[in-house]
Design a protein around this ligand. Structure first.
Ligand SMILES: [Zn+2]
Length: 80
């Protein structure tokens, strides 16, 4: 059995898609609203510490982010 160690410092968990101007959580494929919702998602869903979540959140401060009008709307994450 192979154990995979999961770090809470995976800042690549959140991915910006410039084509759609959205930020996506790659772990749950949720489209996130802009700051501070990105950090809030990491804290509430992935149990990150506030400091780590805020650091990731702030990486996207200068990005154009289109927030989905409906929180439950489903977006399709393109495969790479
Ligand atoms: Zn997530």
């Amino acid at each position: 059995m192979q154990l995979v160690e999961r770090s809470h410092q995976r800042s690549d968990i959140v991915c910006y898609l410039p084509k759609y101007e959205v930020v996506v959580c790659t772990e749950c494929h949720y489209v996130l609203n802009k700051s501070p919702s990105i950090g809030r998602h990491l804290i509430s869903t992935h149990l990150w510490s506030k400091a780590e979540a805020t650091a990731v959140d702030q990486q996207f401060n200068d990005k154009a982010i289109r927030s989905p009008n409906h929180p439950n709307c489903t977006w399709i994450l393109p495969n790479h």
